[in-house]
Design a protein around this ligand. Structure first.
Ligand code: UD1
Ligand code: CA
Length: 494
């Protein structure tokens, strides 16, 4: 009879990680959009354990705060000045109810590829074999640095020797301790009391528990896994990048199996918390970060970075940077667009080339096609914003809002000096510098009137090729001589 779920997972995260050479504690370095500890917490929580404990010491407050931010139910355990993984486990046990029983799993804050499924499989192997100690092991091509698994002729596990304490013969062993364990809680507690610090590092080793339990007549075993990546820890930045790339390869593969086309997985980076709909296509050089979600049939990239951004079904986003933005279904964005926080683009809306938006709601079918800055704006459905329009939202002290109504039209090269309110069904003439509101059905023209001065070239630029061209054109009678009338200028028409 086995217990339905583990009593606890204790994540060891008290070490400094000196080889990272960083002001940031090792377990707070990131891959795939989560910290190393964040990955460990997700796997621990996913194993369905009753409690998840994080053992902290180095940069204690920072690590503890991060752990409870990621997993508010996580219990923080403080390790004291006694060093070693054994002491860390002991401190983890101390925050659980006294005399706690059942299976306690131990994992490491620096082993980010370990999955909840592997923790669950370890728990199953441990309980099925009715063992008191089960260590997760792997056979690796280069075992240096790891603790080695010692077995007898019958293959039963005898103990573990740390690399630094191992003989040359023991160092030739390629089966290693992953640092991931399942223990009977009572056996672990009792054995840890016997573990000393008589070793090359003067630390209390968790690995010593195995031989102590065995000598005490308990069943001990190893659960060997083939997937070496899951046992690999991050000790330096080279490993951080290596594991980051492998994690990404796995995430990409998972999405492809879910029905997403990823044209070039090697240059596509997808964070752990991203979601992608079926038949979406991700083009090369794309990063989908944070809590980004991509709708079905959307087409993203190439060369696009989306952070915490929502993309609707069938939308197309090319060569774009977006952060905290929402892009509606069937909308098109890019190329070379910059969507800053608070951008909301409606269904079938368009944000085109060299357009920057911020805190801007752009209605269904509305278009901001070229060379525009739209900040602090509401643009109604079906409106069209001409090329080179600037929403001048900042007066040097405060930000102001601009509203463009439904199906309204803003001519090219217009400055909308906020706050202004252009009603539904209104026009703003190209080249305007608009400072006042526009009512429904009106056209606003806010620029100097065109004035043509006859004969100016002949007088002021006599003898130039321009003057000769003017003379020739006049002689040929190809051009009229009166001033043209601006059709949008209501004063001139009147
Ligand atoms: C440990 C194992 C080794 C195994 C390897 C797998 C021991 C004695 N050795 O060695 O057999 O092959 O992991 O990666 O267990 N930690 C604490 N408090 C401490 C010391 C460590 O919380 O006092 C934490 C670290 O933050 C880390 C984990 O325990 O998350 C492993 O510690 P580390 O120093 O990396 O152990 P290794 O020497 O790699
Ligand atoms: Ca390690």
């Amino acid at each position: 009879m086995t217990t339905a779920r583990p009593t606890a997972v204790i994540i060891l995260a008290a070490g400094e990680g000196t080889r990272m050479k960083s002001a940031t504690p090792k377990v707070l370095h990131r891959i795939g959009g989560r910290t190393l500890l964040g990955h460990a917490l997700a796997a621990a929580r996913g194993s369905n354990a009753e409690s998840v404990v994080v053992v902290v010491r180095h940069d204690r407050d920072r690590v503890a705060a991060h752990a409870t931010e990621v997993d508010p139910a996580a219990i923080i355990a403080d390790q004291d000045e006694v060093k070693g993984t054994g002491r860390a486990a002991e401190c983890g046990l101390l925050v659980l109810p006294a005399g706690v029983s059942g299976t306690v799993l131990i994992t490491s804050g620096d082993t980010p590829l370990l999955t909840a499924e592997t923790i669950a499989a370890l728990f199953d192997a441990h309980t099925t074999a009715a063992s008191a100690v089960t260590v997760l092991t792997a056979r690796v091509p280069d075992p240096s640095g790891y603790g080695r698994i010692l077995r007898d002729e019958d293959d039963s596990v005898l103990g573990i020797v740390e690399h630094k304490d191992a003989t040359d013969e023991q160092r030739a062993i390629t089966e290693i301790n992953s640092g991931i364990w399942a223990f009977d809680a009572a056996v672990l507690r009792a054995a840890l009391e016997e573990v000393g610090t008589d070793n090359s590092q003067g630390e209390k080793y968790l690995t010593d528990v195995l031989a102590i339990a065995r000598d005490g007549g308990h069943r001990v075993g190893a659960h060997l896994i083939d997937d070496l990546w899951q046992t690999e820890g991050v000790n330096d930045r080279v490993q951080l990048a290596t594991l980051g790339r492998e994690l990404n390869r796995r995430n990409n593969e998972r999405w492809m199996r879910e029905g997403v086309t990823i044209v070039d997985p090697a240059t596509t980076w997808i964070d752990a918390d991203v979601t992608i709909g079926r038949d979406a296509t991700i083009l090369p050089g794309t990063q989908l970060l944070g809590a980004t979600s991509i709708g079905p049939d959307a087409r993203i990239g190439p060369d696009t970075t989306l952070t915490d951004t929502e993309v609707g079904e069938g939308a197309e986003v090319k060569r774009t940077e977006a952060n905290l933005a929402q892009i509606g279904a069937q909308a098109t964005v890019g190329p070379y667009s910059y969507l800053r926080p608070g951008t909301v683009l409606g269904v079938k809306g368009k944000i085109g080339g060299f357009v920057e938006t911020k805190n801007a709601t752009i209605g269904d079918g509305a278009k901001v096609p070229h060379l525009t800055y739209a900040g602090d704006a509401t643009i109604g459905e079906g409106a069209n914003i001409g090329a080179g329009t600037i929403f001048a939202n900042y007066d040097g002290v405060a930000k102001h809002h601009t509203t463009i109504g439904k199906h309204s039209f803003v001519g090219s090269d217009t400055v909308l000096i906020a706050p202004v309110d252009v009603a539904d069904g209104a026009y703003v003439a190209a080249g305007s510098a608009l400072t006042g509101d526009v009512e429904p059905g009106q056209i606003a023209v806010a620029r100097g009137r065109q004035k043509n001065v006859d004969g100016w070239v002949a007088r002021a630029r006599a003898g130039t090729p321009t003057a000769e061209a003017a003379q020739a054109a006049t002689d040929a009678g190809t051009r009229h001589t009166e001033s043209p009338v601006d059709p949008t200028d209501t004063e001139q028409k009147a």
